[in-house]
Every structure is written in C-alpha cells, then in structure tokens.
Design a protein around this ligand. Structure first.
Ligand SMILES: Nc1nc2c(ncn2[C@@H]2O[C@H](COP(=O)(O)OP(=O)(O)OP(=O)(O)O)[C@@H](O)[C@H]2O)c(=O)[nH]1
Length: 211
C-alpha cells in the first residue's frame, strides 16, 4: 500500500475570525485543528501540521494524541500555495492528503477515494471540482514530490496560487456527480464566528441524532 501523509494547513492569519487563531478555537470542546486532523488521520499513515513559526508551540501541544510533525513556513504569508509546499516537504510519503484546518466535516471516505484515484491513475493531483467549477485545492490529494517541485517553481517566480502549479502537472478532477456520494458538508470551511457557531450546532445535532 502507498503511504499517505495527512497535511493540515494552518498557517493563515484568521483575519475574518477575529482575535484568536481559529485553528485553536474549541469547537464543541475540541480545537478546530484537532477535530479536522482527527478525521484525516483515520485514513492516513502520518500527520503534518503546517503553520507559521509563532504558531508552532501552541499547535504542537494542541492535540498531543495525534503526534503531528510541525512544518514551519519558510515563506510565511504566501497563502495555501506556500503552506502546501512546506507541508509536502516535511514528509517522504509518496501521496499527501492536504486539508485546511478549518474543514471540520472533512469526509475521510472522500480522502480514501481521492487516494485510490491517485494510485490507480498515477496522477499528480486528484482534486474535487464542485458544481460552480471551483477546485477544492485544500481538500485534495497530491503526489508529494512532483507537486512540491511545481509549487516551488511558482513560488520562485514570485508566488501565486496552487492552481498555477497545476499547469505543469497531471491533474484529475472529481466532479459533482461523484462528490454527491460523500458527506455534503465535507467542503464546509469556517471563516467567521457565525460559521463557527453554526458548525458547533451541526456537530451537536449530529451527536444527538446518533445517540
Ligand atoms: N501556510 C499558510 N497557510 C495559509 C496561508 N493563508 C491561508 N492558509 C491556510 O489555508 C487555509 C485556507 O485559508 P483561509 O480560509 O483564507 O484562512 P485564513 O487565511 O486563516 O483566514 P482569513 O485571514 O480570514 O482569510 C487555512 O487552513 C489557512 O490556515 C498562508 O499564508 N500560509
């Protein structure tokens, strides 16, 4: 079996969230980053947290049970592109499931599906493409070495988006019809306090339903 790393992006500034780092905000009692990472690790072999240097110690102690490697940004504030490159460079697993820390409903079975697609096709990138055509680049599976090199090339040219790196890569998309098989909340991300409160209500409602 191909080894797979879970790479959690947490190097953003949480500007829309307000005072604190949203990664550490307790969602129904559990730091957001730990809740997201816990779902990712259920289907990966190792875990990497990507963040800025000033976040590292708090993130390291946030979820001790998960045993994450901390990958500190060499180029902070270069957006998810820089975070993905740094996260990928911290693992030698051939494939990486990259997920933003603010996606607490990420569906592990979708990640497993994306990994299987990457393994079967040999693609560099397997990325969900939702109904409006949007690429869900922060919930996608990347071939670690080739995507790191392509992301690095974009950064060396002055930066941009991870999508800019796709031009030189073998990219497979997974469309809405297939995505409909997975948790409809999987791509929900939390940017504001209001979205945080709504996610907390949803988690509590799901727990009540399951009881
Ligand atoms: N390493 C790194 N990660 C980033 C950067 N910007 C965003 N991210 C991560 O990419 C994901 C999506 O980013 P956003 O939803 O915009 O989060 P954010 O930048 O913290 O939030 P805002 O400041 O409100 O835009 C999150 O997991 C962020 O932690 C960055 O400059 N460096």
């Amino acid at each position: 079996m191909t080894r797979v790393a879970g790479v959690i992006l947490a190097g953003g500034r949480s500007r829309r969230f307000g005072e604190m780092d949203k990664a550490l905000a307790r969602l129904d009692g559990v730091p957001l980053v730990c809740r997201t990472a816990g779902r990712v690790t259920s289907v990966t072999d190792e875990l990497v947290f990507n963040c800025r240097r000033d976040q590292a110690s708090a993130l390291e102690s946030a979820c001790p049970d998960l045993d994450a490697t901390i990958a500190v940004d060499t180029d902070p504030d270069t957006g998810p592109l820089g975070g993905i490159r740094t996260g990928l460079d911290a693992t030698d697993a051939p494939l990486s499931a990259v997920v933003a820390c603010d996606m607490p409903f990420v569906d592990p079975s979708l990640l497993t599906f994306l990994v299987a697609e990457a393994t079967e096709t040999g693609a560099d990138v397997v990325v969900p493409q939702v109904e409006d055509g949007w690429f869900q680049t922060t919930q996608a599976v990347y071939r670690t070495e080739s995507v790191s090199a392509a992301a690095n090339a974009v950064l060396e040219q002055g930066g941009g988006k991870i999508l800019d790196a796709f031009d030189s890569l073998d990219v497979r998309t997974v469309g809405p019809e297939t995505l409909a098989r997975f948790d409809p909340r999987t791509f929900e991300n939390i940017n504001t306090r209001e979205e945080f409160a709504a996610a907390e209500s949803a988690i509590r409602a799901r727990r009540t339903e399951a009881e």
